[in-house]
Design a protein around this ligand. Structure first.
Ligand SMILES: Cc1cc2nc3c(=O)[nH]c(=O)nc-3n(C[C@H](O)[C@H](O)[C@H](O)COP(=O)(O)OP(=O)(O)OC[C@H]3O[C@@H](n4cnc5c(N)ncnc54)[C@H](O)[C@@H]3O)c2cc1C
Length: 237
């Protein structure tokens, strides 16, 4: 027998879990389907953990330049990469647990597993418990986006990498990686983290000249932070 809901949300990132909560607040019987971690990319791998990594890099940078601020720090200051990544994973875990709590608080049923739409009002979830069939009057599809490989330059995790290896202490830093395939300031921040924490020589590749996101600067488009990055010791090419 299929479990019946008023609303099913497929994907529990910021797009999905907020919609699920709002549905529950409006009195709907709501379920959320997630194949990996509640909170999606933003809370588990993207916005939050990368900022935790960058914070460690920032504090290391300040400590190394303490003299500039009239401070003396005795002894060698070095980064413990395992501890830095552990802290970042801890921050992500806290938020993941926070979303779990919000689901419980709002009486939203959580179905962990790979969701597949089988019709306009039906969905199957393949998870550890086996296959579950769900139906709902309304289904919101919020599966997010994934980094895509360029056919001629795959993110093989050595010279070119995407965001996941950044939060993995096991990754060995190459001597001169070609930065990250960035979409915006967040992802282009990752090489600066590497540069600072691992004392690795990093080159940040960009699609246009320094100071622009894609060559021509459109009104309202985010500026590529080339100047900032070169100040941090990165090469921008
Ligand atoms: C490195 C990095 C840094 C970023 N920094 C920022 C930032 O500072 N500020 C900012 O605003 N944005 C940032 N972003 C972007 C932000 O992460 C995304 O905009 C946001 O996560 C999108 O939310 P979403 O809910 O649409 O999708 P997601 O967060 O991707 O969530 C989708 C969820 O759906 C699940 N899912 C997908 N398909 C299925 C399926 N078939 N069955 C079950 N579950 C499924 C996935 O497992 C995932 O958990 C960053 C992204 C990255 C990669």
């Amino acid at each position: 027998m299929a479990e019946k809901y008023d609303l099913i949300v497929l994907g529990s990132g910021p797009g999905g879990y907020v919609a699920a909560i709002r549905g529950a607040q409006l009195g709907l019987k709501v379920a959320i389907v997630e194949r990996e971690l509640l909170g999606g990319i933003c809370l588990n791998w993207g916005c939050i953990p990368t900022k935790a990594l960058l914070r460690s890099a920032e504090i290391l940078h300040y400590a190394q330049h303490a003299k500039d601020y009239g401070l003396k720090i005795a002894g060698e200051i070095e980064a413990d990469l395992d501890a830095v990544v552990k802290r970042s994973r801890g921050v992500a875990k806290q938020l993941n647990q926070g979303v779990t709590h919000l689901m419980k608080k709002n009486k939203i049923a959580v179905h962990m597993g790979e969701g597949t739409l089988t019709g306009p009002t039906t969905l199957t979830v393949k998870g550890e418990k086996g296959e579950e069939k769900l139906t709902a009057k309304h289904i919101i599809v919020a599966p997010g986006a994934r980094a895509r490989d360029l056919p001629f330059a795959k993110a093989e995790g050595k010279r070119i990498w995407n965001y996941r290896p950044a939060d993995d202490a096991r990754r060995k830093s190459p001597k001169k990686p070609l930065g990250s395939r960035h979409r915006g300031p967040s992802e282009s921040s990752l090489p600066s983290f590497d540069n600072e924490i691992r004392a690795a020589k990093e080159t940040l590749a960009q699609n246009g000249p320094p100071g622009s996101c894609r060559g021509k600067k459109k009104q309202g488009a985010p500026r590529f932070p080339g100047k900032n990055r070169t100040r941090q010791g990165l090469e921008v090419s």
